[in-house]
Design a protein around this ligand. Structure first.
Ligand SMILES: [Zn+2]
Length: 197
């Protein structure tokens, strides 16, 4: 059977196999809708499509990205992992790579002195290491903790995403070329919750 296509309400194109063993369940589509709704509108066109891979297809676990093709591949296991049941953190991490590649967030952060070095050395679990992984994680945690306003425990380096350490990292991300200048953000009325510690 040929690959099926489905466009999420967020305008993001997904491909999938429509066979019993591989077809995403309704609950998986719901998570994909909720997850992609967290991605800023200006970042959504950076990825051409999300491939929901079948069982036995590469990658076996987690996800991967093709920079040139602007594609994200989510493994068959990825949709079904317990840590991806509320929001697909794998998808948000991969999206962070595309945002980083487009705006060179890693390069910008590397020029931000001690704070930049601290962010690029945050702990990271995963087979792939390197500064780009820290930027992709920061993007993912920012969207969950701040945009979705949900708790998120960063497994490899929990202290890095609590309190002032988290705010320092998010401040770098928001100050990078991937986000509009702070002047535009400051022009919006600040919610009362922003004053919370
Ligand atoms: Zn990565």
């Amino acid at each position: 059977m040929p690959l099926q296509e489905r466009t999420l309400e967020t305008g993001i194109l997904c491909t999938y196999h429509d066979e019993p063993a591989d077809a995403p369940l309704e609950e998986h589509w719901t998570v994909l809708e909720q997850t992609t709704a967290l991605i800023p509108a200006e970042h959504r066109p950076l990825v051409a499509r999300v491939e929901l891979r079948g069982h036995g297809e590469f990658p076996a676990r987690g996800g991967g990205s093709d920079r040139e093709a602007r594609v994200i591949r989510l493994s068959h296991a990825s949709l079904r992992e317990s840590y991806n049941r509320r929001q697909n953190v794998t998808l948000l991490h991969e999206w962070g790579h595309h945002v980083d590649w487009h705006y060179d967030v890693t390069g910008w952060v590397a020029g931000q002195g001690e704070n930049g070095r601290t962010l690029l050395q945050t702990g990271h679990t995963g087979a792939t290491q390197g500064p780009e992984e820290r930027i992709a994680d920061c993007y993912m945690v920012y969207l969950i903790q701040v945009v979705a306003d949900r708790p998120y425990e960063h497994r490899a380096d929990p202290e890095a995403y609590r309190g002032s350490a988290a705010r320092m990292r998010f401040g770098l991300l928001l100050g990078s070329p991937a986000f509009p200048p702070m002047a535009e953000v400051a022009a919006e009325p600040a919610p009362a919750a922003a004053a919370a510690p």
